[in-house]
Ligand binder design. Structure first.
Ligand code: SAM
Length: 206
């Protein structure tokens, strides 16, 4: 008999073990080119939140250091094996977006990719991201978001199933609006794939 916390650890480990294989076709078709284009925007002292198995690691060009976080230790183990620039110092830290164990105004850039769809409390996660960014610091994000029109209603309808299949992932989050409500101004935005996929850069307001 396993305790509920052991069961959660086991389930997280399974998600991590299968994650890269499940995502490979989507990475090739949709995500990799966008990561390659977006991640070099991360400059200076960088924090990646919910970094998963490290799909962004090869694309950091302008970071002087990287703190790479995920709540799932199994994800961090896999990420640590991924290729990354030889000169980039990376610290791997187990942490949830809603409780980042870092001082105020510590980072120049925070990166989230396919994470704000999955965190339990997006407003709290964004408040934490804002807290650890210096004023004028940047949030660089690649997130799927609720599209407008009929597709938005489809995203609403499919979200309960998606949450069960994909570790809590919601298809209908209005992430752009949540970022603005958290005290950021959007500096760059590119929507693609029927306005489902958003590449964003947002500046932390003082
Ligand atoms: C869809 S995966 C994306 C992983 C990676 N960012 C990428 O682009 O491939 C979602 C990630 O969010 C992490 N996650 C889930 N809840 C989280 C939370 N509350 N805070 C931070 N990360 C979380 C998961 O462990 C998982 O690694």
């Amino acid at each position: 008999m396993t305790s509920s916390s052991e069961h959660i650890d086991w389930a997280m480990g399974k998600f991590a073990d299968n994650y890269d294989a499940c995502m490979r076709p989507l990475e090739r078709r949709f995500f990799e080119a966008r990561r390659r284009q977006l991640i070099p925007r991360a400059e200076g002292v960088v924090l990646e939140v919910g970094g998963g198995t490290g799909a962004n690691l090869p694309f950091y060009q302008s970071a002087t250091s990287l703190t790479f976080t995920d709540p799932d230790p199994a994800m961090l183990w896999i990420a640590a094996t991924k290729p990354r620039p030889a000169t980039l110092a990376v610290d791997f830290v187990s942490a949830k977006a809603e409780a980042l164990p870092f001082p105020n105004a510590h980072f120049d850039t925070v990166v989230t990719t396919l994470v704000l769809c999955s965190v339990q409390d997006p407003a709290l996660a964004l408040a934490e991201i804002r807290r650890v960014l210096r004023p004028g610091g940047r949030l660089v994000a690649l997130e799927h978001v609720r599209p407008g029109g009929l597709l938005g209603y489809l995203a609403d309808a499919l979200t309960p199933l998606q949450q069960r299949l994909a570790a809590g992932c919601c298809l209908n989050r209005q992430t752009r609006q949540s970022i603005q409500a958290a005290g950021f101004s959007i500096n760059y935005e590119r929507l693609s794939l029927l306005d489902i996929l958003a590449e964003l850069e947002a500046i932390r307001q003082p």
